[in-house]
Design a protein around this ligand. Structure first.
Ligand code: SF4
Length: 110
């Protein structure tokens, strides 16, 4: 699995994505049951509210070889402060439209 990780720009100040990388390395939570090796191809933010840049940034990671776009839990679950992105569903749908059905999407990390 070649992962392109999208995270919340607002969360960058308080989170270095430690747990996102840990669960990928250990194949836990969102990555439980993944048989293949997990390689992070790129990490980028949504670009800031309302997250439109997540779409083009995801497409660029796919162009560079990612086969899976992962939305970090800061977006969909609001980790680490319990404040989820109000645009998460729209962001996910727009990314899916842009990158197409052959690209796997995972909508949380932990
Ligand atoms: S759009 Fe959502 S994910 Fe992006 S900075 Fe704003 S709250 Fe965070």
């Amino acid at each position: 699995m070649k992962v392109g990780l999208i995270r919340c720009l607002q969360t960058e100040d308080m989170c270095p994505a430690t747990t996102c990388f840990k669960v990928m390395n250990l194949k836990k939570l969102a990555f439980a049951g993944i048989k293949e090796d997990i390689e992070v191809f790129g990490v980028n933010t949504c670009g800031g509210c309302p997250g439109k840049k997540a779409v083009t940034r995801s497409a660029e990671m796919v162009r560079r070889g990612a086969d899976t776009i992962v939305l970090a839990s800061c977006i969909t679950k609001g980790n680490p402060i319990g404040f989820a992105c109000p645009h998460a569903a729209q962001m996910k749908a727009a990314i899916e439209r842009e990158v197409g059905e052959t690209i796997r999407m995972i909508d949380y990390t932990h």
